[in-house]
Design a protein around this ligand. Structure first.
Ligand code: NAD
Ligand code: TYD
Length: 349
């Protein structure tokens, strides 16, 4: 029987990956290993937590002894590694935790996997989930392809790039079977409201200012989180060992246009006069080193493995706004405690 370890399964994307695998593969055991930082929340998995093929283990990916024990105890044959510090703004404030979790944590997992699988490399897989931000910023048009040279610009993307390099080095040096995917910005249910879309939906609901960095001209390429989870499933089961796959939906939005759309949808669902929340838009000092544009070319994933996004953006955004508006208890829970302090220090609004 297959036993798959998902790291960071209590986070935003990880919870969707765990839900998909637990539901789709009842004969496989899915072990969620997460140390429950501010971004990890077991409420995200409440609907699958009692499934017989789901297990949760609270553990830190930087703890070699613990990681090795989990790999042995569960006879893990595949790892899908999502655990990370994931927010650019936090990486600007405190880059060290990003080096620890994203670099040392990934290296710890790689080393433990190498030892655990040393007699059976062929039937195992280390799948590393990464970001398009490792490629840097597209200032002069074009798209990121799998061969675009790495050029990370923020402490977050630098730490993810370093982790990607370690993954490739373990493949090259020790023949560890690895696959990496680099995905564009995700959105959808269960995203921590420090990221643009859930933060703005929550602020609109509470009539709070909407802090737009610079002039709102930066461009991001948005993908519905369940489509990312489906892509991870396809790549994990059918991807080529040693390869990289870019994941994205060819869906670029300038921040200010996206923000106006979020306002429109949220006002309508809250039965407010159309556009009334536009007055909440507040232009603030730009993020330091703010990448101008990300855009992913996911042609390889489509042609080689047949994956395409299932949702049009407008449909996905509507679903997402509805989810946050009808899950206020979830939002209230994750925005209690330390969140207020983070928010005040970050925005001073
Ligand atoms: P998230 O911040 O929502 O979740 C991260 C999870 O990792 C949390 O549950 C947290 O508790 C856990 N974690 C953190 N440090 C840990 C440690 N030391 N040991 C064990 N668990 C730990 O992140 P996310 O947005 O779901 O992103 C998941 C992965 O996908 C990350 O690797 C990120 O770089 C990548 N990614 C994210 C996006 C995006 O738009 N969010 C896009 C592309 C790639
Ligand atoms: P974010 O969701 O933090 O993702 P990333 O920085 O990884 O792309 O931000 C998305 C875009 O929105 C990015 O260009 C920064 C911008 N942004 C704001 O203008 N205001 C905010 O409060 C936040 C969180 C983001």
């Amino acid at each position: 029987m297959k036993c798959i370890l998902v790291t960071g399964g209590a986070g935003f994307i990880g919870s969707h990956v765990v839900r998909l695998l637990v539901t789709k593969y009842p004969d496989a055991t899915i072990v969620n290993m997460d140390n429950l930082t501010y971004a990890g929340n077991l409420e995200n998995l409440r609907d699958v937590a009692s499934q017989p093929n789901y297990r949760f283990v609270k553990a830190d990916i930087c703890d070699y002894t613990q990681v090795k024990k989990i790999l042995t105890d569960f006879a893990i044959t595949g790892i899908i590694h999502l655990a990370a510090e994931s927010h650019v703004d936090r990486s600007i404030t405190d880059p060290f935790i990003f080096a620890r979790t994203n670099v040392i944590g990934t290296l710890t997992l790689l080393q433990a996997a190498k030892e655990h699988w040393k007699n059976d490399m062929d039937s195992s897989l280390f799948y590393h989930v990464s970001t398009d931000e490792v490629y840097g910023s597209l200032e002069n048009g074009g798209f990121f392809v799998e061969t675009t040279p790495y050029d990370p610009k923020s402490p977050y993307s630098a730490s993810k790039a370093a982790s990607d390099h370690f993954v490739r080095a373990f493949h090259n040096t020790y023949k560890l079977p690895v696959i990496i995917s680099n995905c564009s910005n995700n959105y959808g249910p269960y995203q921590f409201p420090e990221k643009l879309i859930p933060l703005f939906i929550n602020n609109i609901r509470h009539n709070r200012p909407l802090p737009v960095y610079g002039k709102g001209e930066n461009v991001r390429d948005w993908l519905f989180v369940e489509d990312h989870a489906r892509a991870i499933d396809v790549i994990f089961h059918h991807g080529r060992i040693g390869d990289t796959y870019n994941i994205g939906g060819f869906n670029e939005w300038k921040n200010i246009d996206l923000i106006r759309l979020i306002i429109k949808v949220t006002d309508r669902l809250l039965e407010r006069p159309e556009g009334v929340s536009e007055k909440l838009i507040t232009f603030i000092t730009d993020r330091a080193g703010h990448d101008l544009r990300y855009a992913i070319d996911s042609t390889k994933l489509k042609t080689e493995l047949g994956w395409t996004p299932s949702l049009q953006f407008e449909e996905g955004l509507e679903k997402t706004v509805k989810w946050y508006l009808s899950n206020q208890a979830w939002l209230d829970n994750v925005t209690s405690g330390d969140y207020q302090k983070y928010y005040e220090e970050m925005y001073k609004l």
